[in-house]
Design a protein around this ligand. Structure first.
Ligand code: NAD
Length: 485
């Protein structure tokens, strides 16, 4: 296999872009050039991928489910065998520490294994004749050619969440990685081929927003599964509406609250709001970036949190090293974005308890940062920063905590820390979020669906909901009162 694959993967072949247009990838740990040869897809390439996926769909949807499962399981095994290489490619493109990149790859693997087990468990419904002379059936069918548009922060997870349920349900797929992290995805093409996926079932293309919008407005794509920012998600939805009214699911941003009650196990709460928050340098959509702590324990909690942030900051280093916990941010644009928030916070007089600046002389490193008591209208409290920056505010009562937690346009995740399970269950029911985790930072597993409410998007990935999202019900009515021959 090529050491660094930069071509598009269409119809089980690696091919250059029809225009020769390329993307450049710099390693954010030191801004060294990784490659300037990643082939960016054009409209012609997108059409070629759609044509391949469309042709493949006719056979793939009719491929026996055991065969689809066997190919998916073989693919998962191959990914497992190549985990070091895949993690390395992810790491050199967007700075993910190698240990974290391996965890992301493991999520992709478990997603393929989980959905491989569901290919023959897609149920239908039937309803008997009911005095109306009609027997009724509902069958669930694949949608056709589906496409995924991905953010860069957890590309390996999104490959699993999008491609696995789609192909398990009999759809064919075009996956567009983010322009910031195309390398590991391209490497997967060879593994899809080796596993036995027929040509055209899985196609992998690279490119920026322009390529994403070509997919979103394509007349022959049946569904877009989008992961990214709310702004781009809106554009995808508009493009879908203006073209063929394709299905759209949107996994967007978050500003998730973490509520810490006075009766919480403090060390547990600190661990999950430091290590659990800072994983992937806080570049996680469901990261609990708004800590709300009950005032009676606030000073004790904050002191411990500060110690934890400082300690983890010492494990910010070269992402290629196995012992590194925190790497650089994905690129200069992401660094500038996060520093913009921090500079703004300082200008607004917000207390910076720890961190607040660049770390080191080179690369896109930002220190783990705690901002104390920002105004509820301040940008650092309302907007997704998507970096290692957490805000802390205090509350007095349960009602106030719920009110503060829900005062956001987002609704992706929420976490609750308390030793009182009754309280935890009462509060979770009031929180406007797609997932709520109790006494733990949220982490994804194959069995449960993941997604948001409010402006964090709609639709779910993972679990049974994840495969339903790639199926369409077809109603069949049978007239039982035909005249006898
Ligand atoms: P982004 O919106 O800039 O880009 C995401 C993807 O959309 C990229 O592949 C990009 O090329 C593409 N794109 C850009 N403009 C487009 C357009 N007009 N039409 C179609 N595609 C377009 O987001 P990002 O910076 O890559 O990712 C960070 C964001 O993603 C954060 O807001 C984060 O919270 C969110 N995110 C959400 C989840 C989730 O599951 N909810 C997971 C990870 C990241």
């Amino acid at each position: 296999m090529a050491d660094l694959q930069t071509n598009l993967f269409i119809n089980n072949e690696y091919v250059p872009s029809s225009s020769g247009e390329t993307l450049t990838i710099l390693n954010p740990k030191d801004d060294s050039l990784v490659t300037d040869k990643v082939q960016a897809a054009t409209e012609q390439d997108v059409d070629k991928a759609v044509a391949a996926a469309k042709a493949a769909f006719r056979k793939w949807r009719k491929t026996p489910s055991w065969q689809r499962s066997a190919i998916m399981l073989k693919y998962a095994d191959l990914v497992e065998q190549h985990v070091d290489k895949i993690a390395h490619l992810e790491s050199i493109a967007m700075g993910q520490p190698i240990s974290i990149a391996k965890v992301m790859v493991s999520v992709q693997i478990s997603s393929f294994r989980y959905y491989a087990g569901l290919t023959d468990k897609i149920p239908g419904e039937s309803y008997p004749e009911n005095g109306d002379g009609v027997v009724k059936m509902v069958n669930y069918e694949p949608l056709g050619v589906c496409a995924g548009i991905s953010a860069w922060n957890g590309t390996q997870v999104f490959v699993g969440w999008k491609i696995a349920p789609a192909v398990a349900a009999g759809n064919t797929f075009i996956f567009k990685s983010s322009e910031k992290s195309p390398l590991a995805v391209l490497y997967l093409g060879e593994l899809f081929k080796q596993a036995g996926f027929p040509p055209g079932v899985v196609n992998l293309i690279s490119g920026g927003g322009k390529v994403g919008s070509l997919l979103a407005s394509h007349m022959e794509i049946a569904k877009i599964s989008f992961t990214g920012s709310a702004n781009s998600g809106r554009l995808v939805q508009v493009a879908a509406a203006k073209s063929n009214l394709k299905h759209v699911s949107l996994e967007l941003g978050g500003k998730s609250p973490a509520i810490i009650f006075a009766d919480a196990n403090l060390d547990n709460a600190v661990a999950h709001n430091s290590q659990g928050f800072l994983i992937n340098s806080g570049q996680v959509c469901f990261a609990g970036s708004r800590i709300l702590v009950q005032s009676s324990i606030a000073s004790q909690f904050v002191k411990k949190l500060q110690t934890a942030f400082v300690g983890l900051g010492e494990k910010m280093d070269d992402p290629a090293s196995e012992s590194t916990f925190l790497g650089p941010l994905a690129d200069k644009a992401q660094f500038d974005r996060v520093m913009g928030f921090l500079d703004g916070a300082k200008q607004d007089g917000i207390e910076v308890l720890t961190g607040g600046g660049r770390k080191g002389e080179q690369g896109q490193y930002v220190e783990p940062t705690i901002l104390m008591n920002p105004d509820i209208n301040n940008r650092v409290y309302t907007d997704e920063i998507f970096g290692p920056v957490v805000t802390v505010k205090t509350f007095e009562t349960e009602e106030e905590a719920i009110e503060m937690a829900n005062s956001t346009t987002y609704g992706l995740g929420a976490t609750i820390y308390t030793n009182n399970l009754t309280r935890a269950m009462r509060v979770q029911a009031e929180l406007e979020a797609g997932t709520v985790s109790i006494n733990t930072a949220h982490w994804v597993v194959p069995e449960t669906p993941f997604g948001g409410v409010k402006q964090s998007g709609y639709g779910r990935e993972g679990g049974l909901e994840g495969i339903k999202a790639f199926l369409e019900p077809k109603t069949v009515h049978i007239n039982m009162r035909m005249p006898q021959e």
